[in-house]
Design a protein around this ligand. Sequence first.
Ligand code: ADP
Ligand code: MG
Length: 385
Amino acid sequence: MRPGRDLGLRGAAAAAADTILSAASVSKAFAALPVLKNIDLDIRRGEFVALVGPSGSGKSTLLRIIGGFETADRGRILIDGVDVTGETPARRPTGMVFQRLALFPHMSMRANIGYPLKLKGLPPPAVAARVGELMALMHLPEHYAGRLPRQLSGGEQQRVALARALALSPSILLLDEPLSALDAKLKKNLQAEIRDLHRKVGVTFLHVTHDLEEAMVLADRICVMRDGEILQYATPGDIYYRPANAFVASFIGEPNLIPVVAIERNDRGFACRLRWGGQASISLDPGQFATGLIVDGALAKPACLMLRPEHVCLSSRAGGEGSLMARVAEIFMKGATTQFRATTASGLTVSFEVQGARSDLARIGEVVPLEWDARAAFVTAVEPS
Ligand code: ADP
Ligand code: MG
């Protein structure tokens, strides 16, 4: 049932017993164009990891190399301590749900789900029993078992693909944008279902998406990729509040990114001088700076201060430390929140968001004082290192 397990003795790498997957120094080029550049990625047993990045960043290629559908030019794949680099997909303890649905169009739901079991040589009664289990797990009604893929909705087809990928009880389930073709409502439902599924089956999930919001909802850890490189691999909280650079920060929401001119030590940690106009200094703890940004008490590379729109608000007082005047340029009613965009005297746009339908708070063209929660600020690199 678990093909990877008989591949040999568990290697020394399995000493890190809770590491189920290691991709080590994986590189890949297509026609001399590098698509993966020396990727290192470790995933813990039972973890839900989301791989996110813009289209073309190499997510599918990395997933296919892990699943054995593509070979790396360099590097190794270890699953449960076993080197599977040269193995075929069938000999790896992985299940895969492809970006483009790969259900057999001429086969019923039952036959699609049972296909890998049949291929393994399981007797028909055992196949039927396991297919029944998987259909129940995926909330697929029994009387649909005879339907062909085209007689199923998009969401049902995805559930069949998930059931088939889980048929052989893989150690790792690889999901390549399984929800990208679905409409918004169905997507939300299936996100919840995938999260439940992960809890229920206890299998390690590696889920590719270009949607960081989806990754935040689903994952224990998020790996952000761009141009074949990993920019940050961290918890959703750290990705959101402590992004490694401006690209990661801007991948979700609409953060304010204010250039930092210089820093100076003070009794709290550091005072940041901002290119923001008006009163433009902010005192921060040393922990509010991205790793490696400060060397010998000075900025080692171009940096910006990130303030999420929900941490900026209209102030009751004008002027003074920690406040700024700006002219309201746009107001967006977003339902649960209202978003404002305002422009400072120095031409910088500040985005802020308040709870509720609050377009009454300011008029377009009005100059308003803004303040922010300095504890929620984070200084990060402008460019990935
Ligand atoms: P993502 O899944 O992040 O959108 P991919 O891994 O699919 O990215 O692709 C990364 C890059 O590699 C893209 O520029 C893509 O065009 C290229 N690529 C992927 N597969 C092939 C292939 N089989 N032959 C040539 N180029 C490929
Ligand atoms: Mg892809």
